[in-house]
Design a protein around this ligand. Structure first.
Ligand SMILES: *[C@@H]1O[C@H](CO)[C@@H](O)[C@H](O)[C@H]1NC(C)=O
Ligand SMILES: *[C@@H]1O[C@H](CO)[C@@H](O)[C@H](O)[C@H]1NC(C)=O
Ligand SMILES: *[C@@H]1O[C@H](CO)[C@@H](O)[C@H](O)[C@H]1NC(C)=O
Ligand SMILES: *[C@@H]1O[C@H](CO)[C@@H](O)[C@H](O)[C@H]1NC(C)=O
Ligand SMILES: *[C@@H]1O[C@H](CO)[C@@H](O)[C@H](O)[C@H]1NC(C)=O
Ligand SMILES: *[C@@H]1O[C@H](CO)[C@@H](O)[C@H](O)[C@H]1NC(C)=O
Ligand SMILES: *[C@@H]1O[C@H](CO)[C@@H](O)[C@H](O)[C@H]1NC(C)=O
Ligand SMILES: *[C@@H]1O[C@H](CO)[C@@H](O)[C@H](O)[C@H]1NC(C)=O
Ligand SMILES: *[C@@H]1O[C@H](CO)[C@@H](O)[C@H](O)[C@H]1NC(C)=O
Length: 682
């Protein structure tokens, strides 16, 4: 028995390949329809109901299934506007209208601010415009797909934006505002001509040329599904995907699609035009830096530069802003200076190259065409409360937030790891939230250090109920990268919290030893066995004696080898379905897939093949498999996210044999940890 692998709390994901089977099952494709521009009256009730009705269904009195899931995203996001020198800062929208908005930009005539907002529900990004004084808020486009990064054309007739419509990939779309006609310009026959469909294929952050003829944007098309630089026996092949962007251009009608500039191994993002339409400015960082730029532990030590090139030739590269720090959101201001944002460190804030520094914690600054005003968002990061209502992509299911590793007992008690909302303890409760019981108080643990727990790296992870609901088994220890130096134990506690026992041996330090870190357990149907994963100091070197899944026989204490590959997150199928174990396997240098196997080690099946991360699978009560995938790539530039691991993660469901793959979320955020509760249980 030995330990094992990856960082996944937030989720797993995957990537991609031939999308067709998944798409045909889109639960809400039929809801995507046109709607007319609707004004949102001032003093509208700040509810989460749609601001316009064409896509909403009449309130139903029928009970729905409950779909619990975790989301890593800011808990609040509010746009502010101020003078460019920082004075006169105020919220952009009146307090009665601010809901959750971000990614703003000024129209070229300065008469509008366009932005993204989640006014129809937590997780559903739609696009809007509003006057710079906060009046006349209008919906530009609201669909169940993700819409984001909207910019108005110089003549004000068109919007360019990013949408995941028709297949979940992020493409650049054009909206003719008056007619609401819309079309994409990056999935055309021309753009597909030299596309390798086994690779990444996302398009981000469009900007119109001053003459309105061209749109520039960034794209990771035709780049590998690579991970960040964690050392493994296969080389540097860390788990979470990074992003290699180049700058492209296209005309409004989809003609002229071409690459403007790229740099191998680098991410060139957030392009914007110079006022005379001759140059393009963007940020440039290494591919690896796109990982560091959105991780709190590394953002301070990650760097990018701001550069510009000649649009016509992609040459004449000029470094506009060098030096340390993650610099993004570059913009040529009208007087020839450059504005940008610096993320991380004590120097975080908004800068111009002639010395303006606004020392404030904001995101996504954009300046007005005359350079006098700047708009940006402020985000909050309190965790969402348990059961917070989320946008639902299904008419049959109610989507709500949960903390991590939700698991339902055969008696319909919910158990979770209280990670975002507590000390990574194991708690259980009724489905209505009543009768909360602490089954295992991790803050009193003598096994793990509170320092690692407070960083989210250790704790009591992945509770699993015994069939009689008397016990909860879980892993207690250190996870993610620290699993190779620090201990992990299987522990089981009575659900009432009166007693616990340690089931496997480990030690707080396992460095330079053959001691194993054990975790991520799940009970068998008859309650006599527990499947779990092992990890040790040589697992990353591919040592099979320290890799894979093990089965603990609770009657004999015997531990037997089920698998000896890079496997994690095993779960026995629910009672009343054929007994199989679902788990995640590293199947390639950068690739993770969902597999199932019988408890006797026979009949291994690999159920995904997207080429991206497909991971973190759990069973639904009816014997289907839900998991997180990265197969549709990023929805936004990787480096611009914060505090997330796999922002591309979306949740999918499939039959136990891998058929009927369907997409369950379509947000710009990292979505994971699903639990489906049938309505009869509510
Ligand atoms: C984009 O438009 C082309 C036609 O130019 C169409 O064939 C393709 O299906 C569209 N892609 C999406 C994602 O809607
Ligand atoms: C910005 O403000 C913070 C908080 O007031 C302060 O700690 C930091 O030193 C300031 N940074 C600079 C560069 O002045
Ligand atoms: C250029 O414009 C920016 C933004 O309006 C302003 O902060 C800066 O002072 C201006 N610089 C000069 C030299 O006029
Ligand atoms: C976390 O642990 C601390 C220290 O024991 C305790 O004060 C706090 O109430 C705990 N939080 C939760 C949510 O249990
Ligand atoms: C807690 O649960 C265990 C196992 O079900 C039981 O034996 C014990 O009596 C319970 N203790 C309390 C205080 O209810
Ligand atoms: C870990 O190993 C040390 C040294 O062998 C030993 O003293 C200690 O008791 C062990 N701790 C645990 C929790 O097993
Ligand atoms: C493990 O061994 C390495 C190399 O011999 C040494 O540098 C390190 O301090 C050791 N770590 C522990 C915890 O013993
Ligand atoms: C790990 O691998 C190294 C190199 O093969 C070997 O020397 C060492 O004994 C191994 N350690 C353990 C604990 O297996
Ligand atoms: C443990 O398993 C091994 C191999 O299956 C078997 O030989 C041994 O008897 C078992 N031990 C116990 C105590 O059941």
């Amino acid at each position: 028995m030995r330990m094992q692998l990856q960082a996944f709390v937030p989720l797993g994901l995957g990537l991609g390949l031939l999308v067709a089977p998944a798409l045909s099952g889109c639960p809400y494709a039929s809801q995507i329809q046109q709607q007319s521009l609707s004004s949102i009256p001032p003093h509208a009730t700040p509810s989460l109901s749609p601001s316009s009705s064409p896509t909403s269904t009449p309130p139903s009195t029928t009970k729905k299934d409950l779909f619990l899931m975790n989301r890593i995203a800011p808990s609040t996001s509010e746009l502010y506007i101020s003078h460019a020198d920082g004075s006169n800062e105020r919220p952009l929208l009146p307090s009665t209208q601010a809901i959750y908005e971000y990614h703003a930009s000024f129209s070229p005539d300065g008469q509008w601010i366009t932005c993204t907002a989640e006014r129809t529900g937590d997780g559903n990004s739609d696009i809007y415009r509003v006057r710079p004084d906060g009046s006349d808020l209008q919906t530009l486009l609201s669909t169940p797909s993700m819409e984001d990064s909207v910019v108005l054309s110089p003549d004000g007739k068109y919007a360019a934006y990013v949408s995941t419509a028709n297949g979940y990939w992020s493409h650049i779309w054009i909206l003719e505002i008056e007619t609401q006609r819309r079309w994409n310009v990056t999935d055309t026959p021309l753009a597909r001509k030299d596309l390798d469909t086994a690779m990444m294929n996302g398009y981000f952050r469009p900007d119109w040329s001053p003459d309105g003829d061209w749109i520039v944007f960034s794209s990771d098309r035709n780049t590998e599904w690579a991970g960040h630089g964690d050392p493994t026996f296969q080389g540097l092949s860390g788990w979470e995907h990074t992003q290699e962007l180049s700058i492209y251009a296209v005309r409004r009608d989809g003609s002229g699609f071409r690459k403007v500039v790229s740099k191998e191994g680098y991410s060139l993002g957030s392009p914007k035009w110079s006022p005379n339409g001759k140059r393009i400015i963007y940020y440039e960082m290494t591919r690896e830096a796109t990982w560091g730029a959105h991780r709190p532990e590394s953002v301070d030590s990650t760097s990018s530069v701001i550069v510009s090139v000649d649009f016509a030739t992609g040459t004449d590269r000029k470094v506009e802003v060098g030096g340390e720090g993650v610099k993004t959101f570059p913009q040529f201001l009208s007087n020839g200076t450059v504005g940008y944002h610096l993320k991380g460190t004590e120097r975080e804030g908004i800068y111009t190259t002639d010395g303006v520094y606004l020392n404030r914690t904001v995101r996504s600054p954009a300046w007005s065409p005359d350079g006098k005003m700047v708009v940006y968002e402020k985000t909050g990061w309190n965790a969402r409360p348990m059961k917070k209502e989320l946008y639902s992509w299904s008419s049959e299911w109610e989507y709500r937030f949960t903390d991590v590793f939700p698991q339902l007992s055969n008696q319909n008690r919910l158990a979770i790891t209280e990670k975002q909302l507590g000390n990574s303890s194991i708690i259980s409760m009724n489905l209505d939230g009543s009768d909360e019981v602490m089954a295992y108080d991790n803050s009193k643990s003598t096994l793990v250090s509170s320092a690692l727990v407070s960083k989210g790296l250790a704790g009591a992870f992945q509770p699993s109920w015994s069939p009689d609901s008397e016990w909860l088994v879980f892993g207690e220890g250190a996870w993610f990268q620290s699993r190779a130096e620090t201990g992990g134990w299987l522990v089981r506690a009575t659900a009432n919290g009166s007693y616990f026992e340690v089931l496997t041996h480990s030690n707080s330090s396992i460095a330079n030893t053959s001691i194993i870190n054990s975790g991520f357990p799940s009970y068998s149907h008859d309650g006599t066995k527990i499947v779990f994963r092992v990890w040790g100091v040589n697992s990353t070197n591919g040592d099979p004696s320290q890799l894979g899944l093990r089965i603990l026989d609770l009657n004999t204490g015997n531990i037997t080898v089920l698998t000896d590959q890079w496997d994690n997150l095993p779960f026995f199928s629910p009672a009343e379905t054929p007994e199989r174990i679902v788990f995640t396997r590293k199947t390639g240098v950068y690739n993770y897939d969902i597999c199932t196997i019988r408890a006797d080690g026979t009949d291994l099946r690999v159920l995904t093949s997207s080429g991206a991360n497909d991971a973190h699978a759990v069973w639904s009560h009816d014997g289907r498999i839900m998991y997180s995938t990265g197969m549709f790539g990023f929805q936004y530039e990787c480096a611009l996210y914060d505090q997330t691991f796999q922002p591309y993660g979306q949740i999918m469901i499939m039959d136990a044999d891998g058929r009927n793959k369907r997409v369950l979320t379509d947000s710009i955020w990292e979505d994971s940890m699903p639990l489906l509760v049938p309505r009869e249980a509510l």
